[in-house]
Design a protein around this ligand. Structure first.
Ligand SMILES: C[S@@+](CC[C@H](N)C(=O)[O-])C[C@H]1O[C@@H](n2cnc3c(N)ncnc32)[C@H](O)[C@@H]1O
Length: 207
């Protein structure tokens, strides 16, 4: 997977433009209202979402792809980027919140558990987690070969897990689930146009 993303970042640069997802703004407001001072962003890419959390929050990004990290350190010098896998804890201290945009659906079941487990291990008790991922209402759901229940190779060599509300909630069992939602995100295409994805979000509190 890291090879796929590294090739894309090396070739296409800031693939989805420089603007953060609107969900990063929503999450930031919720985090600040809860008194958070720090946020971890697993799978931070080239930093389009990390940048918006500053200056109010101290921001830590974990990213596996070296070309993405190079772009991120230039675009968002205020964030502390850590090269490594978000499937394992990387921080030596706890943060108040985790924001994870469109990373969870990239993994098969065992690694989805690891991503959530590692995120929980790095947030303090009472801290918040806001995740987004592909929805089962997205038109790509059900396309191509099914690799696991709800997970499809919907494009050649590219698979994703498509979450129902119940499935997403089940992944976060053991946390206090505060809210789930569904929204359509329009992302800039490298070719110039935009394409839309239907996403689910979850806001949870570590017990
Ligand atoms: C769909 S992109 C989203 C990037 C970023 N969240 C954004 O919205 O701009 C998925 C990102 O997860 C990163 N990634 C994939 N597997 C990872 C892992 N095990 N640990 C850390 N990052 C990973 C990829 O390199 C890529 O940057």
């Amino acid at each position: 997977m890291s090879h796929y993303w590294s090739q894309r970042f090396a070739r296409e640069g800031m693939i989805w433009g420089s603007e953060p997802s609107p969900s990063a703004g929503w999450a930031k407001r919720i985090f600040l209202e809860a008194g958070a001072a720090s946020v971890l962003v697993p799978g931070a890419g080239y930093g389009r979402n990390t940048k918006g959390f500053a200056p109010e929050l101290s921001v830590f990004g974990i990213e596996l792809s070296e070309p993405a990290l190079e772009l991120a350190r230039e675009w968002d010098p205020g964030t502390t980027f850590i090269a490594g896998s978000a499937l394992e804890p990387q921080l030596e201290h706890l943060v108040d919140a985790v924001y994870c945009y469109d990373v969870l659906h990239l993994f098969l079941a065992e690694d989805r558990r690891r991503l959530i487990g590692a995120s929980l291990a790095q947030v303090r008790s009472g801290g918040l987690l806001y995740f987004t991922s592909f929805s089962d209402e997205d038109p790509h759901n059900g396309c191509g070969v099914q690799l696991e229940p709800g997970t499809y190779e919907y494009k050649p060599d590219k698979y994703a897990h498509f979450f129902s509300k119940a499935d997403l909630e089940e992944h976060f069992a053991g946390t206090e689930i505060l809210e789930t939602g569904s929204f359509t995100e329009a992302l800039q295409s490298p070719e110039g146009g935009t394409h839309e994805y239907i996403l689910r979000s979850i806001l949870a509190r570590k017990k």
